[in-house]
Design a protein around this ligand. Sequence first.
Ligand SMILES: Cc1cc2nc3c(=O)[nH]c(=O)nc-3n(C[C@H](O)[C@H](O)[C@H](O)COP(=O)(O)O)c2cc1C
Length: 194
Amino acid sequence: MQKKLLAISTSPRTHGNSDSAVDLLIDAVGSHFSVEKVSLKSVPFSACCGCGFCEKEGECIQKDGFIPLMEKLISCDVLVFASPVYALSVCAQAKAVIDRCQALWARKYLLKTIANMPDKRGIFIATAGQTYPEVFDHTVPVARFLFDVSGVRNANMQYVLLKGLDKKQDFSKSDEAKEAVLQAAAELVKNMDG
Ligand SMILES: Cc1cc2nc3c(=O)[nH]c(=O)nc-3n(C[C@H](O)[C@H](O)[C@H](O)COP(=O)(O)O)c2cc1C
């Protein structure tokens, strides 16, 4: 059976830089996986309400569109998560996903009921308008939280950090950025085969 790749594209800008990077990655690896891309704009869900229910029960009290997404996130073999850099961090939509994964954090670290989570690979794609060296410094640790609670060990992580992409079409015009995505795709396939 083909391995499952779940790609979550969180930018509110459809066909923008991070979304286009996801699409290119999927084009490059699609034949190796059963692929599902979720554009977060199409998922009706609320931000974490901080009620603490998940810390007791291991599940979220809010039964909205996030629940099926979390099930997919748990069961996939490869998790691709893409966000633009907004105000130094991931965008609010991406952060809302990560916060709602507090239920997974609770299962792993408080309740210790997450033993069945399959070991998976992860790819974090981020795009930033600016080019200074530290531009992703506040983004990567936030994304790491999601990958950690989703069953992606550090050694199984890939990062595609694309800077200097500001206008909507900048990714499509950048051979360097596209090459970085294609390299990540090749590495993923190599690692899955190996
Ligand atoms: C609200 C907002 C905040 C942003 N903050 C930053 C920032 O702190 N640093 C940066 O380099 N770019 C910043 N940008 C630029 C985006 O990171 C850049 O345009 C990115 O490529 C957008 O990706 P997308 O097309 O996938 O949405 C910001 C853009 C917006 C709309």
